[in-house]
Ligand binder design. Structure first.
Ligand SMILES: [Zn+2]
Length: 125
C-alpha cells in the first residue's frame, strides 16, 4: 500500500520501519510523517512512544488510538520546516460528521539520545 503520509513511497519503504521499531525516524519531519501515518493506521502505541517522556502524562494511548480510528486521514501536507526541530503541517481528514477538516499545526520536536520525540504543537488557522 502507499504510505499514508503521502510521500509517494510504499508503506514498507517509508513509515513502517519506524512503526515496527526497526529504525528510528532520522529527522523531525520523518517523525512527523510517521506520526501522521500512525493516526491513519492507527497505532496509538507508536504515538505514545514518540511523545516526549515529559509530556506523556498529557496523552493517553486509548485517546490517540480512538482519534486515529474515528477519522479518515486523507492527506498530509508539510507547509514549512522553520528549523531543525519544528515542522508546520496540515493534516486533512474526514471526521465523524462526514465533513472535511484540516488540522493545521506547528509542532515542536526534541532529540533525546539520538531519537526524535514530539513535544508540543501550536494550532494555527
Ligand atoms: Zn510514510
Amino acid at each position: 500500500m502507499n504510505c499514508p503520509c503521502c510521500s509517494g513511497k510504499a508503506y514498507e519503504d517509508c513509515c513502517k520501519p519506524y512503526h515496527t521499531g526497526e529504525k528510528y525516524a532520522p529527522t523531525a519531519e520523518a517523525l512527523m510523517r510517521s506520526r501522521f501515518s500512525a493516526f491513519a493506521i492507527p497505532n496509538g502505541e507508536y504515538l505514545m512512544q514518540t511523545t516526549s517522556p515529559s509530556k506523556r502524562q498529557n496523552h493517553s494511548k486509548k485517546d490517540l488510538q480512538e482519534w486515529g480510528e474515528i477519522n479518515d486521514w486523507t492527506m498530509l501536507e508539510i507547509v514549512d520546516k522553520p528549523s531543525m526541530n519544528k515542522v508546520e503541517f496540515k493534516a486533512y481528514y474526514i471526521g465523524q460528521d462526514g465533513q472535511k477538516h484540516v488540522h493545521y499545526e506547528l509542532s515542536t520536536f526534541k532529540m533525546i539520545q539520538n531519537r526524535w520525540f514530539y513535544v508540543t504543537g501550536e494550532f494555527l488557522e
